[in-house]
Design a protein around this ligand. Sequence first.
Ligand code: UD1
Ligand code: CA
Length: 459
Amino acid sequence: MSQLVVIILAAGQGKRMQSDLPKVLHRLGGLTLLEFVVEAAYALDPAEVLVVYGHGGDRVPQTLPNLKVTWIPQSVQLGTGHAVMQAMPDTPDEATVLVLYGDVPLIKQTTLEQVVAQASETSLGLVTVDLDAPTGYGRILRNAEGAIQGIIEERDADSQEQAITEVNTGILAANAGRLRRWLASLKQGNVQGEYYLTDIIALAAQDGIAIHSIAPNATEEVLGVNDRLQLASLERYLQRVQAEELMRSGVTLRDPARLDIRGTIRAGQDVIIDVNVVLEGQVALGDGVSIGPNVLIRDSEIGPDTQILANCVIEQARAGARCQIGPFSRLRPGAHLSDGVHVGNFVEIKQSQVGAGSKINHLTYVGDSDVGKRVNIGAGTITCNYDGAFKHRTIIDDDAFIGSGTELVAPVKVGAGSTIGAGSTITHDTPPGQLTVARNRQVTIRGWKRPVKPTSKAP
Ligand code: UD1
Ligand code: CA
């Protein structure tokens, strides 16, 4: 088999997006459109992936520096045919070229394999699809025998041609030498004054090349993103597919339409996810995890049988088994909860370990702390970890009991089994097993009178 070179067209502005951002950098399920296409290309194990970029200057390669592709500039966007031409000089004649569009993100490996298999000296593969609403797409022209003769862009089509429902997806595979010759004879004689890649189909037909159409498994695979409405409808489709995968793997979704996954989820069995949950980045959910409504989890690991109640935000955090988190808890980066930890409402934890069985149930900030096992932190406790310039650590040893409304001024250590009286401001380490109270004693002023306004005389 000849070597495969994939050319991805990503230089267009995407006028219809009405955006400052180059179109291929808009996101679907958390990833840029271009990343989807590059991933589909990699799946074919090609000799090379060339990405033609241009609108927005270097913004596309700069945003995605980790993509293993060769970046090919197209400094003026003179059309899809012109874009492919930019990528041809170093491509050997005997190679097979697969053209992908950077704005057609959900294309699948199996469809691509079929279209590549059709490319030879004497034949060409083209992905086409029948659409109920073909508006905006190039239409496929066939002769009386059903052989493909060319593609007409919607803008250049008459009303009879516009009635054709078989459309060009833009995805094609051809012999590189042949493609090079067809590209060289493209003309700008169309409404947009562009070099249309689609015009090579008529040239190929004239050369007696057999043009094989390939249909995708699902129409959504080949839908293009030209405006934000199409972006949103592909997003819904992708979310539905991801939700179905999760359900098949044993996750209960209270409403598959009200979960958004923007990343990669690993979920154990019997996970239950309530409505309006957003999972981003790399999220791992152990067996039996339950997630309440309105929860955001990003790049975090949740241990088995842990319950996350409504309205929590959890980011770069870890929770062990059988924890109870929320409602209204915030776990920030570096919050690591061991097994059986309870974190309640309006509690924020950052860069802190919390030992097994500890409870932090109400209105508390724990930052830069090492909390031991079975510690009880009372309502309204604050670790004062920042002196305006530096962050300091707070250490709370096993079995400590921190009374409500306590301030722990770091660096400070609360000894094992210490009890801290409510309302204390702790500035020195506390001895293990003792009660420490750091607040003024209560006084009562006997006979004190509350001031009163003089009453005005009745008229
Ligand atoms: C194109 C096809 C149309 C097809 C549709 C499928 C042409 C002329 N038309 O139309 O037949 O039905 O896709 O989605 O090919 N690009 C460049 N450089 C350019 C122009 C475009 O790299 O000079 C890139 C764009 O970034 C985009 C892709 O090529 O990723 C397609 O361009 P777009 O303008 O979206 O073409 P459509 O009008 O959608
Ligand atoms: Ca398009």
